[in-house]
Design a protein around this ligand. Structure first.
Ligand code: TXA
Ligand code: MG
Length: 365
């Protein structure tokens, strides 16, 4: 595609300046792309009701048309414009979790162009809670389609700099509202399935969803095969589920086991690779840092292992930082699965292409 100039505009994340929002909204109304912050990750937005504008998203990202997009709205009334029927539980869910990191799969209104949903009869809708995202949608006066603002198959961006690294020359404007607070993408909940099903764990936890939907189930994402080019033309049933979806540019080895087992197995692997002159990066929790002090590896801490919100907020920046530092391999520990931990494990499994190194049991440090 032809290179264009990418403007970066710093914007107040709490009280966004009206002139800056107006500038971005004018681009959206004109069918152009705008990168903007949400509470989860940065989005690559276009007018959701204009097919040609939406096409630009796929071109800029290098994303296959078989992978559908989320439509972002700023108030609940807009639901009526993008869907046909609303299951009774929708109001309860939106009252509890909107605005916020929950995406609902609902029947698609004919007003929403088929390209948004890769031809599926459903549409993904979410109301973000970031003031910049909400102000932009309102000022543009249209729902905004937005995938994560990364190149296809790369790690989602949690800062404007991440988005710039992937999309420089491909979008006219990036609104820089600082780092995203949640750090993993929204939870995708399918309300068109016979039983409500989580297609992608994310910023709203399984435990929280169960308080409204006691029978909600988790789609089995582990059996999903890696990306298959032959599926390009046909919408996949649960499209975001390609196992390598979140792949960083360098291989990631994910370690499992007790904290002691993980530390000693990662240290042994790191030492062996250092002896073979490999540049090694490790993704750990703050309490693991001391283990790697003299090992000659690059250490990135994701924060307190007992606080999944901290780990989630740091995760994608950690992957990108190690990648940009030029390491040849990333060794990463696992985290508990409660709360945001489920989404963290999902993204790490994807980055590791589904392979986990189970530390030998009985081996203690
Ligand atoms: O947090 C987020 O959701 C971010 C911010 C920007 O809002 N957006 C995001 O979009 O992560 P994207 O395109 O990277 O991921 C959208 C996910 C994909 O897994 C896609 O397959 C799924 O939602 N999806 C979209 N429409 C769908 C549909 N009709 N049926 C099933 N899955 C759908
Ligand atoms: Mg994405």
């Amino acid at each position: 595609m032809q290179r264009i100039h990418t403007e970066i505009v710093k914007i107040d994340p709490v009280h966004p300046e009206i002139t800056k929002i107006e500038h971005a909204a004018a681009l959206i109304r004109a069918g152009e792309l705008v990168v903007f912050p949400t509470e989860t990750v940065y989005g690559l937005g276009a007018n959701a009701l204009q097919t040609q504008a939406v096409e630009r998203i796929f071109v800029a990202k290098g994303r296959p048309l078989s992978d559908p997009l989320i439509v972002h709205i700023a108030d609940e009334d807009a639901l009526a414009d993008v869907t046909t029927a609303l299951p009774a539980v929708v109001r309860q869910l939106t009252r509890t979790f909107w605005p916020g990191p929950l995406t609902l799969i609902l029947p698609r209104s004919p007003r929403v162009p088929p390209i948004i949903s890769a031809g599926l009869e459903t549409v993904a809708v979410r109301m973000p809670r970031h003031p910049v995202a909400l102000a932009l949608i309102r000022a543009a006066d249209t729902p905004i389609a937005a995938p994560s603002a990364n190149r296809f198959m790369h790690v989602s961006p949690t800062t404007a700099q991440h988005a710039l690294a992937d999309l420089d020359g491909r979008v006219p404007l990036i609104l820089d509202g600082g780092p995203c607070s949640v750090g993993v993408e929204s939870t995708v909940l399918d309300l068109c399935a016979a039983t409500p099903t989580i297609l992608r764990p994310g910023g709203v936890s399984l435990e929280a969803l169960r308080s409204v939907l006691p029978h909600v189930q988790l789609a089995n994402r582990q059996n999903i095969s890696t990306y298959d080019d032959s599926k390009r033309i046909e919408a996949q049933k649960s499209p975001g589920q390609m196992l390598t979806h979140y792949a960083p540019a360098v291989p990631l080895l994910l370690f499992d086991g007790t904290v002691g087992e993980m530390r000693s197995a990662m240290l042994a692997e790191a030492k062996w690779r250092r002896e073979h002159d490999e540049r090694v990066g490790v993704l750990v929790a703050a309490e693991d840092i001391a283990t790697f002090e003299e090992s000659g590896v690059l250490v990135y801490s994701l924060g307190d292992a007992a606080k999944p919100e901290q780990v989630a907020a740091a995760l994608f920046a950690g992957l990108r930082t190690l990648e940009e530092a030029g390491v040849q391999v990333i060794l990463c520990r696992s985290f508990a699965e409660h709360g945001l931990g489920l989404a963290i494990r999902d993204r790490l499994l994807r980055a590791a292409s589904g392979k986990i190194f189970k530390a030998e049991s009985g081996k203690e440090t």
